[in-house]
Write a protein that binds this ligand. Structure first.
Ligand SMILES: [Fe+2]
Ligand SMILES: [Fe+2]
Length: 238
């Protein structure tokens, strides 16, 4: 299938180097990624030929062929998510809480959007902490055991929550809440545009917010678009 008519989320899965291009152009490959690339370009007034060129360049420039996650085990993917997504999410949220508080205290009077930013950062932290704990303690170990049962032909493991589709739906609803809060931060900060003469802490806050948004989009993409559909396939028609 031609790249232009493929859904953005599928391109992100099949060609991991595309994620950087989508990030650069502000294309949502994550929760809103179920649209063909050509439609997204038309909606966002982005040149389709330019994106196609950048995608080809990104693939050529990739340091080594990156194996798509779809060809690797869920156990490996879970390991990757826990160490490369959850661990930095916890660290960066701690930093963001401190930075947003400090910048709001100093500059909130002149920049009222900083009050909203601090509140939204806290909302994301309140959501993501228990969310990642539930994934690590309950859902991920269950998905790994489902995969093992599938590989060995053993019966599906017992789950107190019934079908794996239920906790997955709950996790995806949490992702939507966090995605919405991140979009609000982007709106309030006018795409992380710093005011003239912003102090270094202000710079650090906006840079950290932009990095955190990228991290969260990758994190949610790996769960919503790769891990969860595979878990549901292993579970079959429960
Ligand atoms: Fe997660
Ligand atoms: Fe999650």
């Amino acid at each position: 299938m031609q790249t232009a008519v493929k859904q953005v989320r599928d391109l992100a899965i099949e060609q991991p180097s595309s994620v950087r291009v989508f990030e650069r152009f502000g294309i949502d490959y994550c929760c809103g990624g179920r649209k063909p690339l050509e439609q997204v370009c038309a909606e966002q007034q982005i040149s389709l030929p330019q994106i196609l060129e950048k995608l080809a360049e990104a693939e050529q420039a990739a340091p080594e062929p990156v194996e798509p996650w779809t060809t690797r085990s869920c156990a490996d993917l879970v390991e990757h998510i826990v160490h490369q997504c959850h661990a930095p999410t916890r660290t960066e949220l701690d930093r963001l809480i401190a930075l947003s508080h400090k910048v709001r205290n100093r500059h909130g009077a002149n920049h009222p959007e900083l009050v909203q930013v601090e509140d939204l950062v806290q909302q994301i932290a309140d959501e993501m902490g228990p969310h990642m704990d539930k994934e690590e303690r309950v859902l991920f170990p269950y998905i790994v055991s489902l995969e093992q049962a599938h590989q060995t032909g053993a019966p599906k493991p017992y789950a107190f929550f019934g079908s794996v589709a239920y906790p997955i739906a709950a996790m995806m609803a949490d992702h939507d809440i966090v995605g919405g809060a991140l979009a609000s931060i982007r709106e309030h900060t006018r795409h992380f545009e710093l005011p003239d003469g912003a102090c270094p802490t202000y710079h650090a806050l906006y840079a950290t917010l932009a990095d955190f948004e990228r991290l969260t989009h990758r994190h949610v993409h790996l769960e919503n678009n790769v891990l969860f559909p595979r878990a549901i396939a292993f579970a079959g028609t429960e």
